[in-house]
Design a protein around this ligand. Structure first.
Ligand code: F6P
Length: 406
């Protein structure tokens, strides 16, 4: 491969930049001349918004800094490529830019929606006998990409969630029964409850854990929810409940829409979900008169590189490196996947993008303890290895430092 390009797409994670680092490192090892970065994903690429990563990553110190930098260093987008038929000019433009920069392979780091870009581009290349290669690199805090054991980005967000919930539980239980407090914590994850399930990891010898977990995999019943809260009130002074932003009633209404219906929709038709903890906290407060707080982790859970999982950082770098190796061997239209064997041994492989793009993997129902609104041990066993290890930020003036584009 002479020159290559890498882009980031969709919601950022704490470790998405480690995949860029892995791509850069392996490409240089294999003698690639130019490693370009597309600024703001494929949308920026179409405007020829391209940088040479040598400018930033030749310096070993910057490479280390990139791995400790949250969000998408290159900039991201939520852009859906149109269907090929009738929109050939978009694809012609992309291939024209690839040829202009003599780019042999394009790498896209993203989730289910972003993998659609790799699918469309590799399909177009096949139909038009183009030689360029297209590889997907998994990333999403939602952990909902199929085939791969898990997704880079998930372990770090899960570690942040479990850590913060442990801290919230301590704070919430400061007072005795004369000052009962209920806390509803809202966690991202759209249609899959993987991230909310991570609230279960907060339980340990030094933490009683959350009192209930509500995932989008199970229809949300407001009456049953209130009954459960009222039961908990009888027994405890501090109650902490984790809810997914995507919980829906059995008729398909998001809980965050129960108070207001107008929600913005992105290019992939996803509604912006936020506010279900506030909605539920209001309802609980009204029904019980007990002090109820709503906490929405929002962007904090995907930007918290200061508490990222080292396992996750290393795996994000590893999948970036694997994508380069796979393209170097001539593969295209594939995404890198991770496979797990005994004692948490992770190996990488590649898989046909057509079985991955736009498909969402949900939490298996058998991992959910429906009677107690809790996760079963099978989930804990799955998730615990993903949050192991830390990589401390490089502090200056008391604050973590980041690598940013000029
Ligand atoms: O897809 C990742 C994700 O972080 C989801 O968990 C969340 O629903 C969504 O992105 C939020 O998107 P945005 O930051 O564009 O509002």
């Amino acid at each position: 491969m002479k020159n290559i390009i890498v882009g980031q797409s969709g919601g950022p994670t704490a470790v998405i930049n480690s995949s860029v680092a892995g791509v850069y490192k392996k490409a240089k090892e294999l003698g690639v001349e130019k490693v370009y970065g597309m600024v703001y994903g494929i949308e920026g690429f179409l405007k020829e918004n391209i940088i040479d990563l040598d400018e930033y990553l030749k310096d070993e110190e910057n490479y280390e800094l990139l791995k400790r930098t949250p969000s998408a260093f290159l900039g991201s987008c939520r852009y859906k490529l149109p269907k090929i038929e009738g929109n050939e000019e978009v694809y012609e433009k992309i291939f024209e830019i690839l040829e202009k920069y003599e780019i042999d392979a394009l790498f896209y780091i993203g989730g289910n929606d972003s993998m659609d870009t790799i699918k469309m581009l590799s399909d177009y290349a096949k139909e038009h006998n183009k030689k360029e290669l297209f590889m997907g690199i998994p990333k999403t805090i939602d952990n909902d990409l199929p085939i791969t054991d898990h997704c880079p980005g998930y372990g770090s967000a899960a570690k942040y969630i479990a850590t913060s919930i442990k801290e919230i539980i301590r704070d919430n239980s400061s007072f005795d029964k004369t000052r009962q407090t209920i806390c509803v914590v809202e966690i991202m994850g759209r249609h899959a409850g993987w991230l909310t399930a991570a609230a279960a990891l907060a339980k340990g010898k030094d933490s009683e854990g959350v009192d209930a977990i509500y995932l989008p995999e199970v229809a949300f019943d407001l009456d049953k929810f209130l009954d459960n809260v009222k039961e908990l009130i009888k027994k405890k002074s501090s109650i902490v409940i984790a809810v997914s932003e995507g919980i829906q009633t059995s008729d398909g209404k998001f809980v965050c829409e129960l108070d207001s219906a107008d929600r913005k929709v992105d290019a992939f038709g996803h509604k912006q979900l936020s506010g279900c903890a506030a909605t539920l906290a209001n309802i609980i407060g009204r029904e019980t008169g007990i002090k109820t707080r709503a906490i929405e982790f929002s962007t904090l859970q995907r930007a918290a590189t200061h508490i990222a999982s080292l396992t996750d950082i290393n795996e994000a770098e590893m999948v970036g490196m694997k994508a380069i190796e796979a393209a170097n061997e001539g593969n295209t239209g594939m995404m890198v996947i991770m496979e797990r064997s005994d004692n948490y041994k992770i190996t990488t492989n590649i898989y046909d993008i057509h079985n991955i793009a736009n498909v969402e993997k949900k939490v298996p129902l058998e991992w959910i303890d429906l009677d107690n609104n809790m996760m079963k041990q099978a989930y804990i066993d799955y998730a615990m290895p993903l949050i192991q290890g830390e990589l401390l930020p490089i502090f200056k003036n008391g604050l973590p430092t980041h690598l940013i584009r000029k």
